[in-house]
Ligand binder design. Structure first.
Ligand SMILES: Cc1cc2ncn([C@H]3O[C@H](COP(=O)(O)O)[C@@H](O)[C@H]3O)c2cc1C
Ligand SMILES: O=C(O)c1cccnc1
Length: 350
């Protein structure tokens, strides 16, 4: 608790004064004011986060947090639990995954962390911070204890702190965990007060019939656990997941160290909801990359106040969409570094 508490206590607001300065700088670039739309907004937000109008090139990493879920025993996933270990150990680490292909394109490093996979990965390329082998079935009781929820967040804080000390100046969140759209929907249903049917989707291609069961299972989980929506740790412990906690930890550490964190799809958004629930100032340090096609993603993003940049039908997870957005964020930075200013030309704006 010490690390989580002290990190939360040291989070400051983004610097509004520098953001005003950056806005002026961006308005002075040789283009009709506002014409680079969201790229301009990103540059202004980054200035507020980094506390400088001199935006630097990025050193980028996506942190893929992996864990399993007891709820899988209810038969609410299309893939068996073993896929978590297989993907984490072989495919993501070796870059043969969706996030692997995209991070190669974007020149980003992948960092893979086992926070709770239900198998011994025994792989030197995976950072082993296993808290337990998967959560409990949330339809029968709490997914984990409050202490374990805190531990999962603290793993994310520690990993992010190490990366920031190594010189990474932007992080993205990713995950691997068969079944994790279920706790994500449970979190979003709790926080928005929506019925689970409105925020529960097919995850990794669940059949219509099993989707009905998934909704029922989430309803049961909420009834049994009664998560307190005013207490984000209670929500994470009762109906969340270990990788969801770890991703929230990455966001918390980023905010405390003035480093932007790019969030991915529906599952990352559930993590963001936990992080923001613990400290609302974190919102301004997060960049919402894209809107996932998963049902509930729009509700979750708009509930939190995000304006996702891309709508491309992505619904993979792994941090794939967040990593893709490194390119957009880099374009925003290069806009401020490369473009000419009106003041240096003869052009007059009427
Ligand atoms: C081969 C494979 C690769 C994946 N990569 C990400 N996910 C995604 O699907 C899972 C969540 O969906 P659900 O809740 O329906 O299980 C997570 O692991 C997520 O990262 C995958 C899923 C599969 C099957
Ligand atoms: O949006 C996501 O993060 C997502 C959606 C479906 C399956 N896995 C991840």
């Amino acid at each position: 608790m010490h690390l989580l508490k002290s990190t939360l206590q040291n989070i400051q607001e983004v610097d509004q004064e520098i953001m005003k300065e950056e806005r002026k700088k961006v308005d002075g670039l040789l283009k009709p004011q506002g014409s680079l739309g969201v790229l301009e907004k990103i540059a202004v937000q980054l200035s507020g986060i980094y506390r400088t109008t001199d935006l630097k090139p990025l050193k980028k990493a996506v942190v893929v947090c992996a864990a399993d879920h007891g709820i899988v025993e209810e038969g609410i996933t299309s893939a068996p639990q073993e896929v978590t270990a297989f993907m984490t150990n072989n495919i993501i680490v070796e870059g043969k995954s969706g996030v692997g292909a995209i991070s190669k394109t974007m020149g980003a490093d992948i960092v893979v962390v086992d926070v709770g996979v239900n198998a011994d990965l025994d792989n030197p390329k995976v950072i082993s911070r296993k808290i337990r082998r998967g959560t409990n079935n949330l339809a029968k009781g709490p997914a984990m204890s409050r202490e374990e929820a805190i531990q999962s967040i603290e793993v994310g804080i520690e990993i992010a702190n190490t990366l920031i000390e190594e010189g990474y100046n932007i992080l993205a969140t990713g995950e691997m965990g068969i079944g994790n759209t279920t706790p994500s929907s449970a979190i979003i249903a709790t926080l928005t007060g929506k019925d689970p049917i409105e925020v529960t989707g097919i995850g990794a291609n669940l059949s219509e019939k099993k989707l009905k069961k998934k909704v029922e299972v989430i309803r049961k989980g909420l009834e049994i656990n009664k998560p307190n929506k005013k207490d984000a740790l209670d929500v994470l412990a009762k109906v969340g997941g270990l990788e969801i906690g770890a991703m929230a930890g990455v966001m918390i550490a980023g905010a405390q160290r003035h480093i932007p964190v790019v969030i991915d799809g529906f599952i990352s958004t559930a993590s963001a909801a936990i992080a923001i629930g613990l400290e609302p100032k974190i919102f301004d340090y997060l960049l919402c990359s894209h809107i996932s096609l998963e049902k509930g993603a729009k509700i979750a993003s708009y509930f939190l106040g995000f304006e996702p940049y891309l709508d491309m039908g992505l619904r993979l997870g792994e941090g794939s969409g967040a990593t893709l957005n490194f390119g957009i964020i880099e374009a925003a930075i290069n806009m401020t570094r490369e473009m000419e200013f009106y003041s240096k030309t003869e052009i007059e704006v009427i």
